[in-house]
Ligand binder design. Structure first.
Ligand SMILES: Nc1ncnc2c1ncn2[C@@H]1O[C@H](COP(=O)(O)OP(=O)(O)O)[C@@H](O)[C@H]1O
Ligand SMILES: [Mg+2]
Length: 268
């Protein structure tokens, strides 16, 4: 193909794509025949009631489900057009390209510096200069540098919850993935830390493709270009966020949004 042709082809292609994906835990089907494409350099929110399959669906993109017993994934999951469930795909290599941040910040009991350097150290072959440079860049990207630059040797466990979560984001970014998966990354954090992370997510999409699970409808509204509503393992509606929130097509989506906004009002 002509070089220009390849560029056009890549631009038109989804960064991530699920095609007829079903996921089973033993005999229980948690995801039911979901097809969905995620454009590059966008933020996509996955929403829906507890147990509807958001985390399970998120984990198909870096094959985290493989690490659990009795899980079966059917269908195709494409990253840059390549099916990541093909036999020749190395899951460890894949997870360098697709980073993940979890609900509870999970820093290692090591220094701030070593937490961020971790993924590079296990890959070996990186000189200390290069590691230092990557650590600094990642901490800048995660909007944590100014708060920790004089304390890089301090234990990561001494940081606040919000700082720990940004550290985990820096740790994920240091290996230079192109996709970042986030599973309710702010649900354990205070509103100020949540706000920092939302701002951060907004900035990161110029370089990364982000998929985020959230229970917080305001958060989806703030950060996500597109939102996908799941219910009992099915993808019910997938739309531009504003459109989904203002004119949901499906009754299940309407009911869920009304309920969530109702909850927010009740809880102040
Ligand atoms: N490791 C597991 N083993 C068995 N069932 C699971 C496992 N993880 C999730 N499930 C089930 O799969 C369904 C979807 O769960 P999950 O993806 O965690 O939903 P959500 O993130 O939307 O709350 C639920 O019925 C849940 O009980
Ligand atoms: Mg979940």
């Amino acid at each position: 193909m002509h070089r220009m042709g390849i560029v056009v082809y890549l631009c038109g292609m989804y960064k991530l794509e699920a095609r007829n994906v079903s996921v089973y835990y033993g005999t229980v089907q948690a995801i039911k025949n979901v097809t969905m494409g995620v454009a590059r350099h966008t933020v996509t929110a996955l929403i829906g009631p507890s147990g509807c399959g958001k985390s399970t669906f998120l984990r198909i993109f870096n094959r985290m489900n493989d690490l659990m017993d009795g899980v079966r994934v059917e269908g195709e999951v494409l990253l840059d057009g390549q099916n990541i469930y093909e036999k020749n795909v190395d899951a460890v290599e894949l997870r360098k390209r697709v980073g993940m941040v979890f609900q509870k910040p999970n820093p290692f009991p090591k220094s701030i510096y070593e937490n961020v350097a971790f993924g590079l150290r296990i890959q070996k072959g990186y000189k200390e200069d290069k590691i230092r440079e990557r650590v600094e860049t990642a901490l800048h990207q995660a909007a944590l540098w100014d708060e920790v630059k004089d304390d890089l040797k301090k234990s990561a466990l001494s940081l606040s919850g919000g700082q720990q979560q940004r550290l985990c984001i820096a740790r994920a970014l240091a290996v230079q993935p192109s996709v970042l998966l986030m599973d309710e990354p702010t649900s354990a954090l205070d509103p100020i830390s949540t706000d920092k992370i939302e701002t951060l997510i907004h900035g990161l999409k110029t370089q990364y493709t982000i998929v985020i699970v959230t229970h917080n409808m305001q958060q989806a509204g703030h950060v996500a270009d597109k939102t996908a509503f799941f219910y009992l393992g099915e993808l019910i509606e997938y739309e531009d966020t504003r459109k989904l929130f203002t004119t949901p097509k499906h009754e299940l989506t309407q009911n869920y949004l009304t309920l969530r906004y109702g909850d927010m009002k009740k809880n102040g």
